[in-house]
Design a protein around this ligand. Structure first.
Ligand code: G
Ligand code: G
Ligand code: NA
Ligand code: MN
Length: 253
């Protein structure tokens, strides 16, 4: 309850920030997109993790406000980067609860228009459980998004309880391979088997794959050899403030 009161204030007092973690094309070694990750700097508690406050926001009805703030801020930053010749897609996390809002897509399109951005500049990240729990509901919503030209990614893939078959009904552009399967690669034989299988399955379904939590050059090389398309993790960069992103745009990773 205490967090809730403080979180309500955080939104109006400017205590929330977005940091951006680069996503690297494994073939070219260039940053092609970034994931927006919410950060809360409380005046007394210091940095509070979204793993703590997002569930609270979902429970107390604040997630829509937080989510709209994140969309507005992320698209604003993307538009500023574009003005500097830095063309990056921005991936924004959506909570299951936001997906229930029938006006969400209209709101997103208005936000894109306001910032003069094409729909393809935005990727929506939903977690596997979010995407699959209410399959019928989610399908209707998610099809509308992809029809509008917005990219769709399934986050933390492999950790949820979806049936793989339901994937074929969603036009998912990107599967984000959960970091738990990336750790220990390539020596960890079980993770290697799972990661390789997911990459091949995604390929067969016409989806791309992104490996999360890539920390070593060995992981990166193995993933490239397996045909994984994108990688994200501390090997390249942590989530960074918007102003630090343009300097990374021309770097070869
Ligand atoms: O970046 P970090 O590891 O602290 O993120 C922790 C979790 O919080 C991740 O699962 C991430 O997806 C989630 N998260 C971060 N930002 C947002 C956001 O803007 N909206 C939602 N719904 N989840 C977020
Ligand atoms: O839930 P989601 O996958 O969106 O959140 C990603 C989380 O993983 C964030 O909390 C982020 O800070 C963290 N993260 C990002 N890159 C790495 C990495 O290379 N290694 C580890 N251990 N964590 C990472
Ligand atoms: Na995410
Ligand atoms: Mn993830």
């Amino acid at each position: 309850l205490e967090i809730e009161t403080h979180l309500r204030r955080a939104l109006t007092q400017g205590e929330l920030f977005l940091h951006y973690q680069p996503q690297i094309d494994v073939v070219t070694g260039r940053m092609v997109s970034v994931e927006a990750l919410m950060r809360w700097q409380h005046p007394v508690w210091g940095w509070v993790s979204p793993a703590e406050f997002i569930p609270v926001a979902e429970d107390c009805g604040l997630i829509d406000s937080l989510g709209n703030w994140a969309l507005e801020t992320a698209l604003g930053d993307a538009s500023l980067w574009r003005d500097q010749g830095v063309d990056l897609r921005v991936a924004v996390n959506l909570s299951a609860i936001q997906l229930r809002d029938p006006h969400l897509l209209v709101r997103i399109r208005r936000c894109l228009d306001r910032h003069g951005l094409a729909a393809s500049a935005l990727e929506i990240e939903v977690t596997e459980s979010t995407a699959m729990r209410d399959v019928i509901d989610a399908l209707t919503h998610l099809h509308d998004f992809t029809d509008a030209g917005i990219h769709l990614a399934i986050d933390d893939f492999g950790t949820g309880y979806s049936s793989l078959a339901s994937l074929k009904n969603i036009r998912v552009g990107l599967l984000k391979l959960d970091a738990s399967f990336v750790s220990g690669l390539p020596e960890d034989a079980e993770n290697a088997a799972i990661a390789a299988a997911i990459i091949r399955m995604a390929d067969a379904l016409g989806a791309r794959t992104l490996a999360e939590g890539v920390e070593t050059r060995e992981q990166f090389d193995w993933l490239r050899a397996q045909g994984c398309h994108l990688a994200q993790g501390w090997l390249f960069a942590r989530a960074l403030p918007a102003v630090e992103i343009p300097a990374l745009f021309h770097r070869n990773f």
